[in-house]
Structures are given as structure tokens and as C-alpha cells.
Design a protein around this ligand. Structure first.
Ligand SMILES: Nc1ncnc2c1ncn2[C@@H]1O[C@H](COP(=O)(O)OP(=O)(O)OP(=O)(O)O)[C@@H](O)[C@H]1O
Ligand SMILES: [Mg+2]
Length: 355
């Protein structure tokens, strides 16, 4: 063997089809979510028979296939264009009724949106959608800032299904009870994948993404285990890509255990970087926790409210959200009076350290 045989040449890459590791890549098949997709289909089926459909709340923690499965259902509706108009909106990107309305118009190919207010747009949308039946999927529904679009959809469209997707069902408390009863939501919970399922999903993505045999088994298994512990396939895709990039920077022809471990070490930074998509109040809370990591919930609230007005309930809700998204972690403690309290830590350091 020559001295330089193990070194990757300048024009060589370990990646074959790296787009298979993109978070918004839509794989041909979504294994282990057949039942969930079937249930979604059941809610939509009446629309294909020109009857009213069911409304559905789809919920579960991040990175376990809620978005990708619902998009798959839309894909399966190809061929039924004469009966149903499917619309998918990511409410993190479009959070106000006006933005949602403009986006819906664009998906409907309705171009005369300029100089029209939300109400006028809603009227146009109803006119178009009522020619057939409609499926509206509002993904990241907890990010919706005002619900007038949703109200109008429920009131003015005759035959429809509304799917709300979220990992934080608390937002439903913002809806009034009349609206909730009108919605009469069925529920579909997504639960995390088990270890074998996690491995299977990542293996398929890896086999497409990388050149054959470059990923060493030991390195891959380490990343699978980490992904399973975090219950988040999106993080798993990040880890696969990161390990590949690290191996390439080192001009290695193989992705070995050391690269996988380095990728896991880089995770902390990745989670925090994601915070660029947070809202102002959430950022404020995250920064306060960062500067006061290890202090109790109460202490952090007191520090925060010295300069800002945030109701305690909003604060605890946002803390829960940051915690669910692994941006902060909480540790249960006993107070001197024997009650329960929490210490907050910045990042998912504690959680990651536990595994
Ligand atoms: N069964 C599966 N097969 C293949 N890829 C999957 C599967 N489940 C999830 N993924 C992939 O994992 C990533 C995260 O999935 P998805 O975006 O659907 O998560 P989510 O449940 O909507 O999360 P969030 O609540 O954070 O929006 C995506 O890149 C998706 O392609
Ligand atoms: Mg999603």
C-alpha cells in the first residue's frame, strides 16, 4: 500500500447524492408511518366523494415525520385534481392571516393580490376553493399569530378538511370554545421511532447519500444510537452529513468512529444555531437562561421581568417550548419548603450528557 492511498484526492468526495440528507428532501417512501398516512387518508376520503371531510390535529415531538408524512399524502392526491385542491402552508414562514392568504393565492395561481386586503383575498380564495373540495394543511400551527384565516376557511368553504400540525398543542388554548367545537378535531399522535426503525430510516438515507462502503459500521451505529436517544431523525441526518464533512476535511477515504464522535460533539452548536428562527420573546428568554444557566425558573423569571413585561404563564409556556426543542434543559429540584421547582440550563448539555 502506498503512503498516500488513504488520502482523499481534491476532486474526490465521500458524498454521492448529498441532497438525500437535506431536511426537506421528500423520500419516495416513508416507512413506519403507513398507519398515520392511512388515517390522514381516511379524513380526506369524503372529499373525493364530494362530501365534507374531517379536521385533524397531528401532534408529536420534533423530527419524527409529521411534515414528511403529510406531504406524502398530498403527493398521493396527484390524479385527483378535478375533485380536490390541496394546500400546504408552513406557518413558521407565513404566520399572519394576510401572509397565509397571499401564499394560498399563489398556490392557486391567483395573481391579482396587489392592493387587496386580507378580507378581499379571503373572498377570492373561497370562490376558487368552493368549485371543488379543499384540503388545507397548516404545519407548525402553533406559530400562527392570528386565526382569522382559519376562521374564514372553516366558515366559508363548504367541503373541506383542515389539518393542524404541531409539536406544541398549547396553542389551542388561544382558540375560543365556539371555534374549537366547530373544528371538532380528530387527533393523530406521532410517537418516536424505536431503535430498529431509526436505524432503517437512517440506513436508507445514508446508502443514497454516500459512496458505497465509505461509512464504517461502527461509526454509523454510534450515530444511530445517538439519534435514537434524541428521538429525532432530523438530528440524525445532521449527524450523518457532519460526520461526512469532518472525514472530508481530514481527507479521509472512510468515515470512522472518531468522525462520528466529533459530529456528536458539534451537535450542541447546531442546536443553538437553530435559534435564529425564534421569536423575539423566545430569544429573550433563551438569552436570559444562557446568562444565568443553572438558576431556578423563578429566579430567571425575576431577572427577565426587571426590564420586560412578560406574563408568568407566557413565560412558562415558552420555557416549555425551548425545552421541548432541546435549546434549554430543566432539572427538577426540591425547594426548602418541600415543594418542587426547576433549574434551567442553557443548551441540551444536560440531556446530551445523560446518554
Ligand atoms: N419514516 C421516515 N422515512 C424517511 N425519512 C424520515 C422519516 N421520518 C422522518 N424522516 C426525515 O426526518 C426529518 C424530520 O422529519 P419531519 O420534517 O417530518 O419532522 P416533523 O415531525 O415534522 O418535525 P417538526 O415537529 O420539528 O416539524 C425529515 O428530513 C424527514 O425526511
Ligand atoms: Mg414538521
Amino acid at each position: 500500500m502506498g503512503l498516500f492511498d488513504n488520502i482523499l484526492k481534491d476532486d474526490e468526495s465521500l458524498f454521492l447524492n448529498p441532497e438525500h440528507l437535506d431536511y426537506d428532501y421528500q423520500p419516495k417512501l416513508i416507512p413506519f408511518r403507513e398507519q398515520e398516512q392511512q388515517y390522514m387518508a381516511t379524513c380526506i376520503k369524503p372529499l373525493l366523494q364530494n362530501r365534507n371531510g374531517k379536521n385533524l390535529l397531528i401532534y408529536g415531538p420534533p423530527g419524527i415525520g409529521k411534515t414528511v408524512s403529510s406531504k406524502q399524502v398530498i403527493k398521493e392526491l396527484e390524479g385527483y385534481e378535478d375533485k380536490i385542491t390541496p394546500i400546504y402552508i408552513n406557518c413558521w414562514k407565513k404566520s399572519t392571516s394576510h401572509k397565509i392568504a397571499v401564499e394560498v393565492c399563489s398556490q392557486l395561481n391567483y395573481k391579482w393580490t396587489h392592493n387587496k386586503n386580507t378580507e378581499e383575498l379571503l373572498k377570492q380564495i373561497a370562490e376558487i376553493l368552493n368549485k371543488k373540495t379543499a384540503l388545507l394543511i397548516l404545519d407548525e400551527a402553533d406559530k400562527i399569530e392570528d386565526f382569522s384565516f382559519m376562521y374564514s376557511f372553516l366558515e366559508d368553504i363548504y367541503k373541506k378538511s383542515l389539518f393542524l400540525i404541531t409539536n406544541n398543542i398549547d396553542f389551542l388554548t388561544k382558540l375560543d370554545s365556539r371555534m374549537l367545537s366547530r373544528l371538532s378535531l380528530s387527533e393523530l399522535e406521532f410517537k418516536p421511532y424505536n431503535l430498529n426503525q431509526t436505524k432503517d430510516i437512517l440506513k436508507t438515507r445514508k446508502d443514497y447519500a454516500f459512496v458505497k462502503n465509505v461509512f464504517e459500521e461502527e461509526a454509523f451505529n454510534t450515530l444511530v444510537e445517538k439519534t435514537y436517544n434524541l428521538r429525532d431523525i432530523r438530528t440524525g441526518l445532521y449527524l450523518l452529513k457532519e460526520a461526512g464533512n469532518i472525514a472530508e476535511t481530514k481527507a479521509s477515504r472512510k468515515i470512522i468512529l472518531e468522525h462520528a464522535q466529533q459530529a456528536i460533539n458539534n451537535l450542541k452548536e447546531y442546536k443553538i444555531k437553530n435559534s435564529s428562527t425564534l421569536k423575539e420573546e423566545e430569544k429573550l428568554i433563551l438569552n436570559t437562561v444562557k446568562e444565568n444557566s443553572g438558576k431556578t425558573l423563578k429566579e430567571i423569571y425575576n431577572i427577565l421581568t426587571k426590564n420586560n413585561e412578560i406574563p408568568y404563564r407566557t413565560f412558562t409556556r415558552k420555557v416549555k417550548f425551548l425545552n421541548n426543542n432541546n435549546m434549554i434543559s430543566s432539572e427538577e429540584i426540591m425547594t426548602e419548603t418541600g415543594g418542587k421547582s426547576f433549574k434551567l440550563h442553557y443548551g441540551s448539555i444536560k440531556k446530551l450528557g445523560e446518554y
